[in-house]
Design a protein around this ligand. Structure first.
Ligand code: NAP
Length: 364
């Protein structure tokens, strides 16, 4: 029997975009958030959807809503601070789980819950948004084109037009600056500071430089392509600020070793960037687009293939991806269980079709 789609964080910026997209797709998600007035207003505007209230400070409030076979789609972030109750509720109730995070430490947390997800017979899928679905698809396509000699992959995320981050994205980015990142080198995952290296990609827009970041590709790509020993992921959002951000991140890492400084910076950032402050308007989003590039390399560094995907603004992509994941998980379920990358969860043909439906297309 098909489960329900439970959309947690429905009154946030990304949650509301996702709710609207789901309704256009014909789905009837149960909208969940902490503010009943905001929930009711959205639910009635969207044709009378059902609602429920839950707050992560009361973990039972989310767990009691879920049933086995449901798909929990959560946009309640920053995830490293607010995400655990939703993940635990999905594991306890046997509900499939998908989130919108871009935070490296939370991505690692979800992939490291693999055995619990298997025991609960669920798919747990993290960072199913603009970052990091397109890079997973582009990397899988580049590896397929490159053939058996490819052992290394680099993915880069860029955009055209304004950056226009939501309040929730800024709050999550700020928190992510203070948590460790990771990389996949020499066939193993290693803890390493974010923005510790950069990489130059040749894109259709011209050369672009990205800063290293811990992403889902580090876990997901070696699982679908065990011959791959090195995965690099890079965010190229910063243009001329790339070098200052790289050196600033190094200075911050040094500073946070001073006892008490990390907690003080974290408190100041939470005050300055509280989240739930909205995001780019429809017309602002229409002026920007997203670009993901993946290159597959031989062990000597020769680039064997490059795949570039272009699509709409990252928030529209994220809403479309979460809509697809929610509908698929609540009906057919994922292709296997455990903590899953995008290709593992939906297969390469299924993911390719979903990305195309979201407006993400290969460019030649
Ligand atoms: N990977 C990607 O490409 C991508 C794209 C978009 C968003 N994101 C991530 O998704 C997350 C959400 O982004 P956003 O733009 O939607 O942020 P947002 O507008 O700040 O939304 C955050 C949501 O969390 C809810 N929330 C906060 N505290 C809560 C609590 N104690 N219990 C239950 N709910 C609580 C908020 O509820 P209220 O409505 O009551 O305030 C709101 O619904 C962020 O972490 C962001 O980085 C990632």
């Amino acid at each position: 029997m098909a489960g329900r789609i439970i959309l947690f964080g429905a009154t946030g910026y990304t949650g509301e975009l996702t709710a609207r997209r789901m309704v256009v797709s014909g789905a009837k998600p149960l909208l969940v958030a902490r503010n009943p007035q905001k929930l009711e207003a959205l639910a009635s505007e969207l044709g009378g959807l059902e609602t429920a209230t839950a707050d992560v400070t009361d973990p039972a409030s989310i767990a009691q809503i879920l049933e086995k076979g449901d798909a929990l789609v959560t946009t309640v972030g920053p995830f490293i601070r607010l995400g655990e109750p939703a993940l635990q509720a999905a594991l306890a109730k046997g509900a499939h789980y998908v989130d919108s995070t871009g935070e490296p430490a939370w991505i690692r947390r979800v992939f490291e819950a693999d055995s619990q997800a298997k025991a609960s017979d669920i798919g747990a899928i993290t960072s199913f948004g603009y970052d990091y679905v397109p890079g997973n698809l582009a990397a899988a396509m580049a590896l397929e084109q490159a053939g058996p000699d490819a052992t290394r992959v680099n993915v880069g995320y860029f955009f055209q037009g304004g950056f226009g981050a939501s309040g929730g994205t800024m709050a999550s980015l700020a928190g992510a600056m203070l948590t460790p990142g990771f990389e996949f080198r020499g066939g193993r995952l290693r803890t390493i500071r974010g923005a510790s290296s950069d990489h130059r990609f040749e894109t259709k827009l011209g050369p672009r430089v990205g800063l290293s970041i811990g992403s889902s590709e580090h876990f997901a790509i070696p699982r679908i392509a065990p011959e791959v020993t090195d995965v690099g992921a890079y965010l190229g959002w910063f243009g001329p600020k790339t070098a200052p951000i790289r050196y600033g991140a190094a200075a911050l890492a040094g500073f946070t070793k001073i006892p008490g400084s990390k907690a003080a910076i974290s408190a100041a950032l939470r005050k300055a960037l509280p989240g739930s402050t909205g995001g780019p308007t429809l017309s602002e989003r229409a002026k920007s687009s997203s670009v993901a590039v993946a290159e597959a390399l031989a062990s000597d560094g020769t680039v064997l293939s490059t795949v570039e995907l272009n699509g709409p603004n990252g928030y529209d992509l994220t809403a479309a991806f979460l809509d697809f994941a929610g509908r698929t998980l609540s009906t057919t379920g994922p292709l296997s269980v455990g903590s899953l990358g995008p290709v593992e969860a939906f297969g390469l043909p299924g993911l390719t079709a979903a990305c195309a439906a979201a407006g993400l297309k290969p460019v030649s």
